[in-house]
Design a protein around this ligand. Sequence first.
Ligand code: TGC
Ligand code: FAD
Length: 389
Amino acid sequence: MNPFRGVDFYQADDLLSDVERMARDTVREWVGERVVPVIDTHFEDGTFPMHLIPEMAELGLFGANLPEEYGCAGMNNVAYGLVMQELERGDSGIRSFASVQGALVMYPIYTFGTEEQKRHWLPLLARGEKIGCFGLTEPDHGSDPGGMTTTAIRKGDRYVLNGTKSWITNGTIADVAVVWAKLDGQVTGFLVENGTSGFTAPEIRHKMSLRASITSQLIFEDCAIPEENLLPGSGGLASPLRCLNQARYGIAWGTIGAAMACYHAALEYSLERIQFDRPIGGFQLVQEKLVYMLTEITKAQLLALRLGRLKDENRIEHSQTSLAKRNNCAMALEVARMARDVLGANGISLEYPVIRHMCNLEAVKTYEGTHDIHTLILGQSITGQNAFR
Ligand code: TGC
Ligand code: FAD
């Protein structure tokens, strides 16, 4: 395949600053050189490429839109989004790693933590010297996290946690978990360090999606943590939901990268693959698929860019993020499925990136709020009627 040069049918590059383009191009090159050559093997083996963590840190990809005073890159949200796009062009698992580290671990510490917690954890996490995870979902509470049964009880100068979190990205390899538990009935954030007595994080195996990403349970059995591990600015379900807004924003961009990779593969393949004595790209039905892909990618790019500008101006509403997460995940999954079709039998081979992206996107459509949950968030936003319950 020819090197990836991006997809920009509407010259949206013109709407970016030099700094934003540079951030994107740097990560694009890195993904091409360092992720693309190894990711199939990791996907097949069900492993995360741990050796890439220091390189990602060196590029400033962890908590990239958080302030420089805590060791972060201080990018604006558009540059951050473009970075997520390029990472997911490599693999959703790579983008997930950066999303969780930045949006779901560093962001809550930055937003709800004490100055001491911030000064201790943020530089370590930004440098990739410590890995974090985010425990909200439970075996019996996914879309409805407010029903969680994990509890924290104050005992002297400690909090004692009991409960189980499930489907937690990076759980097994994390040094620190941001855990959401009910304290006196109120959802509250806690930092639980790996190695704490009563805390285990077994890996969830046999996934057919996000195979190059570690997913785990977090089990707390009378797990006592020091009182200073509470995130004092947190309180109520709105606190974890604010973290989700950050991660959903990254996914809205990231999925464009996965879609671009699939479109690129399908276009190249359609020009090389000869059937009935001509390239299949010369058949109308194949062209229709390519046109669909390009149209949807272009619309998603403009949507994400506008969302990013609103976020940079502090004018973003969480329902706007839901619209972009919902649309761009569904768009990317449909693009991946079409690309897989264009590649025929080769579409199911890991020699091409398409089936890997397609399988990954099934999970990306589900996590951070399923497609239908975002439908209901938007339905509530426009009608004022709550259709969840
Ligand atoms: P509800 O009563 O509507 O809301 C509770 C409180 O939260 C406020 N709120 C929000 N605040 C900030 N951002 C948002 N997006 C918010 N949505 C709601 C709301 O105003 C209220 O505030 P207050 O002050 O009145 O208390 O809550 P509900 O229990 O009815 O449920 C709401 C619902 C369904 C929207 C929410 O629970 C939801 O989004 N469910 C989906 C769960 C989800 O997305 N889980 C993701 C887990 S993490 C993950 O998947 C990581 S994958 C990472 C990777 O690998 O990349
Ligand atoms: P359920 O909530 O049981 O939903 C099942 C189906 O019912 C869905 O189709 C849903 O749309 C539908 N449904 C539910 N409620 C309604 C309703 N009111 N109206 C209509 N339809 C409804 N969580 C974390 O906390 N941290 C992580 O790091 C994390 N990483 C993940 C990584 C992977 C690979 C995966 C797959 C998941 C991860 N999750 C994580 C969990 C993820 O957020 C949940 O899977 C997701 O929120 C959906 O919850 P659920 O799987 O329990 O599905």
